[in-house]
Design a protein. Structure first.
Length: 381
């Protein structure tokens, strides 16, 4: 839950129905029988982990996925049932909690698997896990050539069941499909070899949002689990996917004008005087800045919506203030008028992907930062 203290001007809204809509839209392009793990790590990508998890389960997501055991424990405490994947594996201090709460860590070494097995056995339980395989992402995971040996060793662990192989596409959804195709081929060959040795691995998972929207060749079929993340929240895994599917932005950020003032030609605005009016104009001041999660990189480069029109950001975004050029607006906006920094107003919309493009970052970072910095209003409540 966000720890931000609410101010009187800014309003961050989360449209839970948009998230449910996005899940349904993604299902329409996925082969029947594929199951979904709704990824709600990092506080639901800034949208509120518990509220999003409930909506996803209500909308039919079979699994949930978080980063670590503390997040999984919150979901269990809030009554969320079913398999919850721990994508970052397990710290030794999390072993007992994971076993008791029947959380499913994604592990990548025999030592951790054996330790979890011992803890579970001591509790009279049998824990579950996935085996992480590095097919090309270069972060976590056992090498594909070592995976079968590790599965064989894990088979002897009385307190542990390996439910699936998991890997992650490095270029899922990008225009260059070669890497994703190569990863899918390696993953598919490994899965086939493991099943030939009697390993069931029913919950194996390779594809993310990009892999769901643009599946690599030889992508695993049912009952494969697809881990959906940014697309559930209305963001694109890659800008090249724009328009491919009816995804709706779930996060909106609105503020209001607290000052409207004239500016003479040549007048500088904000720190560093990086912008000067090239003609007489009007400026609008918005009580929103990088202290509220709005990216400073949008300085002199982004827009906000006022009266359904785009007003350019001029000068540097400050900690709690941003200045807009209102020249050319007719009628002139007034103090108290709504300003939309993210989302729709009138016939226009600023998406998280567009805002990210102005800042040379990705939509994931935009929504995580905004969600962490502002109290959220979930709609419907």
């Amino acid at each position: 839950m966000s720890q931000a203290a609410p101010g009187p001007y800014n309003k961050l809204t989360i449209d839970l129905e948009a998230i449910a809509h996005n899940l349904r839209a993604l299902r329409t392009i996925m082969p029947k029988g594929l199951r979904v793990a709704g990824t709600v790590k990092s506080d639901g990508y800034g949208h509120g982990m518990v509220a999003v998890a409930r909506k996803l389960k209500e909308a039919g997501a079979e699994f949930l996925a978080v980063a670590h055991a503390a997040e999984g424990a919150v979901l269990r405490r809030e009554g969320l049932a079913g398999q919850i994947l721990l994508l970052l594996g397990l710290h030794p201090s999390e072993m007992t909690q994971a076993a008791r709460l029947r959380l499913t860590p994604v592990l990548f070494d025999l030592e951790t698997m054996a330790a979890l097995s011992d803890v579970a056995t001591g509790l009279g339980l049998r824990a579950q896990c996935h085996l992480k395989v590095d097919t090309g992402m270069g972060r976590l995971g056992v090498r594909p050539e070592d995976a079968l040996e590790l599965l064989r060793a894990a088979r002897a662990l009385r307190g542990l069941e390996v439910r699936g192989l998991t890997s992650h596409l490095a270029t899922g959804g990008s225009a260059d499909r070669a890497m994703a195709d190569e990863q899918a081929a390696v993953f598919g060959q490994l899965l086939a070899a493991a099943r030939a040795e009697g390993f069931d691995l029913p919950d194996s998972s390779l594809c993310n949002s990009g892999g769901a929207m643009d599946p690599p060749a030889a992508a695993p079929g049912p009952p494969h689990v697809v881990r959906l993340g940014i697309a559930l929240y209305g963001g694109l895994p890659d800008p090249a996917m724009a328009g491919r599917l009816d995804l709706r932005g779930a996060m909106g950020l609105a503020s209001q004008l607290i000052a409207v003032r004239p500016a003479r030609r040549g007048q500088p605005v904000s720190y560093g005087c990086t912008w000067r009016a090239d003609c007489d104009t009007w400026l609008g001041v918005v009580p929103l800045g990088y202290g509220d999660g709005y990216p400073r990189a949008a300085s002199n480069n982004g827009f906000m919506l006022v009266h359904g029109q785009r007003a350019p950001i001029v000068g540097r975004v400050c900690m709690n203030l941003t200045v807009l050029d209102l020249g050319g607006f007719d009628p002139l906006p007034q103090v108290g008028d709504e300003v939309v920094a993210l989302g729709g107003q009138g016939a226009d919309e600023i998406t998280c992907d567009e805002l990210a493009s102005w800042c040379q970052t990705i939509s994931y970072e935009i929504v995580c930062r905004l969600g962490a910095a502002n109290p959220r209003i979930h709609e419907p409540a």
